[in-house]
Design a protein around this ligand. Structure first.
Ligand SMILES: [Zn+2]
Length: 166
């Protein structure tokens, strides 16, 4: 059909699952996060996960980089959320915020206490579930492990999602 929009299934993506939660990570989004990770290494960096929810499954199509006023430090990372929100609506009007991503250069693929506190702060009644994508690797981030978590409002701990297959 001429002019038909690309369906999520036509985008190369990997499926991650935790209990009843399903999320797809577009390979292009992970590749962009990896480029940003290497460029910032050995400092942490990160940004937002943008996509759509289709039939209850999250589809991450794009990632944003750090905001202009972002503060980069070895062990702390904080995005400029006001700028982020303006950017989403201007550049990706059809995508919504699904969560965040960040890196652990020279660190492990587990969420720190600060990470958890920051995710909990972002959960609201309107936004009761969020994804957190973590790329962990050596200080230069030449290679990395992908860890995807889903955090549900009111729950104590995030769920690490398993998968990564086609
Ligand atoms: Zn972290």
């Amino acid at each position: 059909m001429p002019g038909a929009c690309a369906k999520p299934a036509e985008i190369a993506a990997s499926l991650y699952v935790a209990d009843g939660y399903r999320a797809w990570l577009a390979q292009s989004a992970v590749a962009k996060a990896a480029r940003l990770a290497r460029a910032a290494a050995p400092l942490e960096t990160g940004g937002m996960l943008l996509g759509q929810v289709v039939d209850g499954e999250a589809h991450v199509f794009a990632v944003t980089g750090p905001g202009r006023k972002v503060r980069l430090a070895r062990y702390t990372f904080e995005s400029d959320r006001a700028r982020d929100n303006r950017l989403v609506h201007r550049v990706w009007p059809r995508l919504r915020y699904l969560g965040d991503w960040h890196t652990h250069p020279g660190g492990r693929p587990v969420l720190s206490a600060m990470d958890l506190a920051s995710i909990r702060e972002t959960l609201t009644p309107d936004r009761p579930e969020l994804l957190e994508l973590l790329l962990a690797g050596p200080p230069g981030m030449e290679s990395f492990e992908v860890a995807l978590f889903t955090m549900v409002r009111g729950e104590d701990a995030p769920r690490r999602m398993t998968g990564g297959g086609e």
